[in-house]
Ligand binder design. Structure first.
Ligand SMILES: Cc1ncc(COP(=O)(O)O)c(C=O)c1O
Length: 429
């Protein structure tokens, strides 16, 4: 059991042993991780808070005006009735069109109609409910989003197995994934593919995607049932020449019976609408009977959990998809703002003067980049930066930190990295 869960249980046993006895097995196992959210909370008052998975200006969030004003345009019927568990049909259809536009290699007949989720985390959890049994293997890169552990390991008792996606020099490599898949010998695996990757901000190139897809194909052809969960939270935030369709498309186009691609995407990051909680779950499957059964099962899971998602948020996303001209320009503007920040970050972090302080991991997309820091403990550095430089970063593990350049104004980026270097210099032995 996680030490944080043990601690909570002990406190509850001391405070109200009767309630402690009432907890289910899952209730006993559950805890609130000391991860990104608590590190973010500690950095709340810093001048440069590069901890969070949002995009911000100095004094406000980065959003699209059309979406901000959308609630003035909605009718009571777009707000107050129940939405169906699977989401409003017009929105599902509009999102299908968006997926097909972004993924020209994908045919409509090869995908299910996207089911609306209460954003991506809900979709990940639904996948867990539908496909993950105790002791099943979840295959993840070592650099992954911490919440996968809570969703799959704590809730479903899955075994998380990791592989590295970077070589010693911090360059992206598919080698360890390919090797892991080649030697995998169980009859079922759940793969989570998250590109642009949180926390490193890397998206594979066309060639690298081809290598990944080939290795997954090989595993499926050897008989393993492969559930390939594509977490496309940061889809579209690409700043270099990478594979810009979803890897879901490449996997769906393999048309293998024992490979089930599932795409999770949504408005959260793509539309700069973190709090609206609109996401989508789509199966890469072309058989109508299977589509219908899977949809019915997901609907049952939603009905038995949140019953249905909020209608105002769904109507808002529907509105901007229908009235997209100005909205598209606003999103484009935000993307360009992030692209400019990315370019400055790239220019700054590879400077020779910093090589004694860190080694960057390859990055080319998304909100974040990660550094392997030299001669300091990332957690000690994190606290030191808050206390002495008013900078918030995330300590990822024993060696790495994550910086959200999406939350730092372009002109402040050189100062932030220079201060991180000074902070490391202060602490290095
Ligand atoms: C990789 C990844 N997946 C999923 C999510 C969750 O997205 P949502 O807020 O839509 O639940 C996040 C949010 O930070 C993320 O970084």
């Amino acid at each position: 059991m996680n030490p944080l869960a043990l601690d909570l249980n002990e406190k509850l046993s001391n405070a109200k042993p009767e309630v402690a006895d009432m907890l289910s097995d899952l209730g006993k196992l559950m805890y609130y991780p000391k991860g990104i959210l608590s590190q973010s909370a500690e950095a709340k008052t810093t001048q440069y808070n590069a901890t969070i998975g949002m995009a911000t200006y100095k004094d406000s969030k980065m959003y699209a005006d059309t979406l901000n004003e959308v609630f003035n345009h909605l009718e009571p019927d777009d707000i107050f009735p129940y939405a169906p568990p699977q989401g409003i049909e017009s929105l599902r259809q509009l999102w299908t069109q968006k997926i097909l536009k972004d993924n020209p290699d994908l045919a409509e007949k090869d995908i299910s109609r996207p089911i609306v989720t209460n954003a991506l985390t809900h979709g990940l959890s639904l996948v867990g409910d539908l496909f993950v049994n105790s002791q099943d293997t979840i295959l993840l890169p070592e650099h992954n989003w911490g919440n996968y552990k809570l969703v799959y390991s704590t809730r479903h008792n899955a075994e998380i197995q990791t592989y590295s996606i970077f070589d010693e020099d911090g360059h992206y490599t598919t080698e360890a994934l390919v090797r892991t898949l080649e030697s995998y010998d169980k009859d079922k695996v759940i793969l989570i593919l998250n590109y642009p990757n949180n926390p490193t901000g890397y998206t594979p190139t066309k060639e690298e995607v081809a290598q990944i897809v080939e290795a997954i194909k090989g595993l499926a052809e050897r008989g393993t049932n492969v559930i390939a969960v594509v977490d496309d939270a940061y889809y579209g935030l690409f700043y270099e020449d990478v594979y810009t369709q979803s890897i879901f498309t490449a996997l769906t186009n393999l048309h293998l019976n024992n490979l089930l691609p599932i795409r999770l995407d949504g408005a959260t990051k793509e539309f700069f609408a973190w709090g609206l909680r609109v996401g989508f779950l789509t199966f890469g499957i072309n058989d109508d009977a299977t589509k219908n059964v899977l949809e019915a099962k997901v609907k049952g899971l939603i009905r038995s959990n949140i019953s249905s998602g909020p209608l105002p948020s769904q109507s808002a996303i529907k509105y901007v998809l229908e009235n997209h001209e100005t909205f598209d320009k606003e999103i484009q503007h935000n993307m360009e703002t992030l692209q400019a920040r990315y370019e400055v970050t790239k220019e700054v972090v590879y400077a020779d003067k910093y090589t004694k302080f860190w080694q960057p991991y390859d990055f080319n997309s998304g909100y974040f980049m990660a550094l392997q820091v030299k001669g300091v403990d990332p957690e000690a550095l994190r606290i030191h930066l808050i206390d002495n430089y008013s900078i918030g970063i995330i300590a990822l593990n024993d060696t790495d930190i994550r910086i959200a350049f999406s939350c730092v104004e372009k002109d402040d980026i050189p100062h932030v990295f220079d201060s991180i270097a000074q902070g490391i210099d202060d602490l290095q032995e």
